[in-house]
Design a protein around this ligand. Structure first.
Ligand SMILES: *Cc1c(COP(=O)(O)O)cnc(C)c1O
Length: 415
């Protein structure tokens, strides 16, 4: 068995050689970009120093935000350890950029599960949601080919619509993730025909995957999590918002206080992990995508459906694989968990997770709790039992973990 699995992996790697070198070329370009920005800002030890109290003139924080703005080619950035998660960053942004009576339009179908509580849906209207605050929500599906439906977006715009949101990553949906350039027709339409309306892209899982980012294609604001791609596997927590200065300022007023915004906020730890994480991010993301590619090819060779397919270009680090049976999905997640550096003794089982609609089975044996730039895997317990796998700090670990997951699936009789 062991030999067969190793042979399968070697065959897949042989088939993926070309794709791997394309990814390494992107890694080098983005590493060069990060390095150039670090040099421009003359980053040195003083930028790592902790601060206390109000945190006025916190040079580590301010420089990090300038660096984020430069990397995303935007006027401003808000990048804070105090932003609890990607969802928290998105929540700040949605509240910061809307007023009572206005409406948000999603141009990429229903957003990621955890956003539904922020927006407030029929089933789920937690106290303090946008719905309760008088902000409405509309939604346009992607075309059957997975593209943004510009005509439908234009028709769905109302005089009250002040914010158009779009999601780069597939989240828990079987649809292609969107390339940064895929947002250009949307941002052009909105800016030309609806002046004053902003476009926000949920950039979670997309950073450093391609040479450019959605802000290079007209997005007014991009939002993401620091325990995903841009944290490089080193940042311990946080979120970021980059974009036009007036938009970022409004979001910062939500985080601290109107009028104070980014001026405020100390951090008694040190900022090194965010600097170092950003430096590592192009490499770590490359390792994660190589792991995802290997998984897609391995399971395709076994006759299962992978999205993206191993031959497709990637817009994010997520790999979806239709496992077809609940047994396979659970065994795969268990195998990934057993091959994790942390909590390898835990055996994942499906459970009800706050913010998610179906039961979810999850594997996450990560150094930073819940960090999905580290090798992790989850799947909602609904047909066709799709495993959503992402992350991997090193390709070597990804390779070992996939071998162990396959062995677990065979041992448990799932394949
Ligand atoms: C992960 C993710 C979020 C939410 O981020 P958390 O850090 O898990 O709160 C939102 N949108 C997308 C597309 C994501 O992948």
């Amino acid at each position: 068995m062991e030999n067969t699995i190793e042979q399968m992996i070697q065959r897949a790697e042989e088939e993926l050689k070309g794709a791997f070198s394309e990814l390494e070329a992107i890694e080098e370009k983005r590493t060069r970009q990060v390095l150039d920005v670090f040099r421009e800002h003359q980053v040195s030890y003083r930028h790592f120093a902790p601060t206390t109290g109000y945190g006025y003139d916190d040079v580590g924080r301010d420089t990090l935000e300038e660096i984020y703005a430069d990397i995303f080619h935007t006027e401003a950035a808000l990048m804070r350890p105090h932003i609890a998660s990607g969802t928290a960053a998105l929540s700040l942004t949605l509240f910061g950029l809307t007023k009572p009576g206005e409406r948000i339009l999603s141009a990429t179908g229903l957003p990621y599960d955890t956003l539904l509580g922020i927006i407030g849906t029929e089933e789920d209207t937690p106290p303090g949601s946008l719905k309760e605050m008088g902000v409405g929500f509309d939604c346009v599906e992607l075309t059957p080919e997975g593209k943004i439906d510009l005509d439908a977006v234009e028709r769905a715009m109302t005089p009250q619509t002040s914010l158009v949101i779009a999601q780069r990553s597939r989240g828990y949906a079987w649809r292609p993730s969107l390339m940064p350039e895929a947002f250009e027709p949307l941002t052009r339409l909105i800016h030309e025909k609806f002046p004053g309306v902003r476009v926000m892209v949920d950039n979670c899982y997309g950073e450093f995957v391609r040479e450019k980012e959605p802000t290079d294609f007209g997005a007014d604001v991009c939002v993401g999590s620091l325990i995903k791609n841009p944290g490089g596997g080193i940042a311990p927590t946080g979120g970021y918002i980059v974009g036009k200065k007036d938009a970022v300022d409004r979001v910062a007023y939500r985080l601290t206080a109107p009028g104070l915004g980014r001026e405020l906020g100390s951090y008694a730890g040190d900022y090194r992990p965010w600097y170092q994480g950003l430096f590592m991010a192009p490499h770590t993301v490359c390792q994660a995508i190589k792991t995802a590619l290997l998984a897609s090819r391995l399971f395709e060779n076994l006759g299962l459906k992978a999205s993206p397919a191993s031959t497709e270009s990637r817009a994010d680090i997520i790999q979806a694989i239709q496992m077809q049976t609940p047994e396979r999905l659970v065994a795969f997640c268990q195998g990934i968990q057993m091959a994790s550096p942390i909590d390898s003794m835990a055996l994942p089982e499906p459970w009800d997770m706050p913010g998610y609609e179906d039961q979810v089975v999850m594997a996450a044996g990560t150094f930073v709790a819940g960090a999905s730039i580290e090798l992790s895997c989850d799947g909602p317990m609904r047909a066709p039992y799709t495993a959503y796998m992402q992350g991997g700090l090193t390709y070597t670990h990804g390779r070992i973990a996939l071998a162990e997951a396959l062995r677990r699936m065979v041992d448990s009789g799932a394949i």
